[in-house]
Design a protein around this ligand. Structure first.
Ligand code: PGA
Length: 252
């Protein structure tokens, strides 16, 4: 049984005071809803402390959107795993397509962060997904396979319980275009098969694979009904409790 995992990626939105207000509202809404769902929010770094404080004692996970690939030192502008853990943050999103495309993060670089996060005992949401150009050129499987194989290089079978994969077709992010549930499910099935080949059947069956890309209240149910879709990584619609709560309570 894979517990549904619904995550909100705030991207570069929400000041500390806005984040604290939102978190208090979300906490109450999630407690009242009693949904049997794992919920995560990923605020910008500077907003994390205010959100952690507002969610103290709640089951909502606070994650970071990125992290350095070094433990400390002369890396201006970077944030180390120990700094996150000191705040109580044990989960990090890595390899988001915006990091890949705007900040030129390669699969190898992302892999170095994945390995460091795991070494530090953290959980990782590893994002993968193809661009429209790659999809139209028939390269979907080639791209996913490379992103997964390189992204998870040297991650052991024992460490795979710390990994969640988010499939986010780049052309569906922030565009209002969602993959059809069938297309998303077949990409998820391919990801699960790839993980099965790399590890084993049990690991592949237990792997949580989130879908991301314009997830909204009106499409989440059809997506989550698919066999291989175990959760959602939500950008725009996670920025207000009114929009995010119906996604969390998709099966109510
Ligand atoms: P979106 O973003 O829901 O706004 O499309 C998803 C993401 O990038 O994680």
């Amino acid at each position: 049984m894979r517990t549904p995992y619904i995550a909100g990626n705030w991207k570069m939105n929400m000041t500390p005071s806005e984040g604290a207000k939102y978190a208090a509202e979300l906490r109450k809404a999630v407690e009242d809803a009693k949904a049997d769902v794992k919920v995560m929010v990923a605020p910008p770094f500077v907003t994390i402390p205010a959100v952690v404080e507002a969610l103290k004692g709640s089951s909502i996970i606070v994650a970071a959107q990125n992290m350095a690939n070094h433990t400390s030192g002369a890396y201006t502008g970077e944030v180390a795993p120990a700094m996150l853990k000191d705040l109580g943050v044990n989960t990090v999103i890595l390899g988001h397509s915006e990091r890949r495309s705007y900040y030129a993060e390669s699969d190898e670089f992302i892999n170095s962060k994945v390995l460091l996060a795991i070494q530090e005992g953290m959980d990782v949401v590893l994002c993968v997904g193809e661009t429209l150009e790659e999809r139209e050129a028939g390269k979907l499987e080639e791209v996913l396979s490379r992103q997964i194989k390189v992204g998870l290089k040297d991650v052991s079978a024992d460490q795979m319980s710390h990994i969640t994969i988010a499939y986010e077709p780049v052309w569906a992010i922030g565009t209002g275009k969602t993959a059809t549930p069938e297309d998303a499910d077949s990409a998820h099935a391919f990801i699960r098969d790839t993980v099965k080949d790399l590890y084993n059947n049990d690991i592949a069956e237990n792997l949580i694979i989130q879908y991301g890309g314009s997830v909204k209240a009106n499409n989440v149910k059809a997506l989550m009904a698919k066999e291989n879709i175990d959760g959602a990584l939500v950008g725009g619609a996670s920025l207000s409790v009114d929009l995010f709560l119906p996604i969390i309570t998709f099966d109510k």
